[in-house]
Ligand binder design. Structure first.
Ligand SMILES: Cc1cc2nc3c(=O)[nH]c(=O)nc-3n(C[C@H](O)[C@H](O)[C@H](O)COP(=O)(O)OP(=O)(O)OC[C@H]3O[C@@H](n4cnc5c(N)ncnc54)[C@H](O)[C@@H]3O)c2cc1C
Length: 509
């Protein structure tokens, strides 16, 4: 199944922006760099402003010296590059047209102490075959599960519709939705909860409508399959250094270690106050910040909120997910040869995933070859007690993979952050969109309302590219084609009466 063209550029418009066009993009994560890339290619003089010392935001990476003197690059965390990330992959093709820097990651097991592993990576790519295969091959979802399941709620998974699903399910939490499905503990834990937690939220703090949308985007509506790729080497060398070079070669100025404090209207444009005291005036601004960063900037900009009450209200309502914890651990001995590269973990209070980095990327593999050890990365999402999280994750890992229990740690780098967006029940339609009521100011990022269903890095890239397209539209310049998955579920045409009977009253409570 081919990706669908969902936003089409006007081919009658010129591809290059008028001479003298310029824009400021603030935030150099996936969203900001995607926006800057499109603008720079079209002849817009781009200034990219980033608060951190390095590019990449939550996909960022930075050099780190181990106690033995080895230079390694530590990342914000393992990332799966799914094959239906059409827009993000298109941006990445600028630095590697064949995407040879990505390699397939075999398997996608969900592991647990209570139940045998479930490997989602073995499923066929295209819907509905993937669904049929899930029933046929899954050890966690059986015919017995289907007999006891709530048909109306189950149908909601197959009848996703961008307009209707939030209307029916947004006030319900993903936790209530999963409990209401009435599948076995095993199916709930191994298939649905593991999936829900990868959006950095506890199921009780996640809207059921968002869960169903993501289930559609990643699984039921995904023609490319749930298999994914990851870079052969670290994100700094694979992605951010080449993208920075690409941007500079097209005239972009990149300013790292420089935060935007506030902005205010200034004639037809905007005056941006940076934390080095400098002020920069421009008509076209793309704010590609994390949700907390955007809230802080808009909150510090009273004159902006005066002219853009909708953006002010939408931004004030943004919430950040609970902290996530990432621990990179260098161990003195390897884990069992049968361990998969990436493992989602279910049923543990703290540990949500474990990645064997020394079987994933070359710098870690080389360290492991030279020392006989291994490099692991442990993640905890929506972590309620981040201070004690790393020790707990290691304990939970030892219970799952006993060979790690007595193994000496050579080195460890831990990080706690709270920059992921939350999608709580009742929040649909309340987030800012790319275009704002502050004309000239666009917003991009993985929490921004997009005109098509997409998630995480792809949502960041889509909104970044669409923010650039909006700047180009104002400059009378051709926009960008954007592709996506089918926007409705397999059974979205089902008569409404059958669905509403059981779902309506529950959603309202
Ligand atoms: C551990 C972990 C694992 C993940 N795994 C996956 C995965 O497997 N697949 C997937 O698709 N996604 C994954 N994600 C999510 C993915 O990283 C994000 O969706 C994506 O990177 C968001 O990009 P962004 O540009 O919207 O935001 P960010 O990356 O947060 O970028 C925002 C940038 O704005 C900068 N900024 C903030 N305030 C200011 C200011 N005032 N002035 C200047 N700059 C500012 C920040 O420093 C940051 O660089 C993961 C995230 C984490 C943390």
């Amino acid at each position: 199944m081919r990706p669908r063209l969902l936003v089409a550029a006007d081919p009658t418009l010129p591809r290059q922006a008028p001479p003298g066009s310029e824009a400021v993009v603030v935030g150099a994560g996936v969203a900001g760099v995607s926006a800057a890339t499109i603008l720079a290619e079209r002849g817009v003089a781009v200034t990219l402003v980033e608060a951190a010392a390095t590019l990449g935001g939550r996909l960022g990476a930075w050099p780190h010296t181990l106690p033995d003197g080895t230079e390694q690059v530590v990342e914000h965390g393992f990332h799966a590059f799914f094959r239906h990330y059409y827009t993000w992959r298109d941006v990445l093709r600028r630095i590697d047209p064949g995407l040879g820097f990505l390699r397939p990651v075999k398997g996608y097991p969900v592991i647990s102490r209570r139940f045998p592993p479930e490997d989602l990576g073995r499923l066929p790519a295209a819907p509905p075959l993937n669904l049929l295969a899930l029933f046929a091959r899954s050890s966690s979802l059986t015919v017995a599960d289907l007999l006891g399941a709530d048909v109306a709620l189950g149908t909601e998974l197959l009848t996703f519709d961008r307009a209707r699903t939030p209307e029916v399910l947004d006030t319900m939490s993903a936790g209530d939705f999963l409990a209401g499905l009435r599948v076995s503990d095993r199916a709930r834990e191994m298939l649905f909860e593991a999936f829900a937690r990868s959006f950095f939220c506890d199921p009780d703090g996640l809207s059921a409508a968002e869960l169903v949308a993501m289930f559609h985007f990643y699984f039921l509506g995904n023609p490319a399959g749930i298999g994914f790729d990851a870079p052969r080497t670290d994100h700094l060398h694979a992605i951010w250094a080449p993208l920075a070079e690409y941007l500079r070669a097209r005239g972009a100025t990149i300013r790292t270690g420089c935060a935007l404090r506030s902005l205010r209207p200034d004639g037809p444009g905007w005056a941006l106050t940076l934390d080095d005291g400098a002020t920069r005036t421009t008509r076209h601004v793309v704010l590609a910040l994390d949700p907390g960063g955007l809230r802080a900037v808009v909150g510090a900009s009273p004159e902006l909120t005066g002219v853009a009450p909708r953006l002010a209200a939408q931004t004030a309502g943004l919430t950040t997910a609970p902290p996530f914890v990432v621990s990179r651990v260098w161990l003195a001995a390897d884990v069992d040869p049968g361990r998969a590269v990436f493992n989602a973990v279910s049923g543990e209070p703290t540990l949500d995933s474990v990645t064997v980095y020394s079987r994933l990327e070359e710098p870690s593999a080389q360290w492991a070859r030279e020392t006989g050890g291994c490099v692991l990365e442990l993640h905890s999402y929506a972590c309620t007690e981040p201070d004690a999280a790393v020790e707990r994750m290691l304990g939970e890992l030892a219970a799952l993979w006993p060979e790690t229990a007595g193994t000496a740690q050579v080195h460890r780098v831990d990080r706690v952050d709270a920059t992921a967006p939350a999608f709580p029940p009742g929040s649909a339609g309340a987030r800012p969109g790319v275009r704002t009521d502050a004309r000239g100011v666009r917003v991009a990022g993985d929490f921004v309302e997009a005109p098509l269903v997409c998630g995480l890095m792809e949502r960041a890239a889509v909104t970044g590219v669409l923010a650039a397209a909006d700047v180009l539209a104002e400059l009378g310049t051709q926009g960008v084609d954007v592709y996506g998955v089918p926007q409705r579920g397999l059974l979205a045409g089902l008569p409404a009466r059958a669905r509403h009977r059981a779902v309506g009253p529950r959603a309202a409570t």
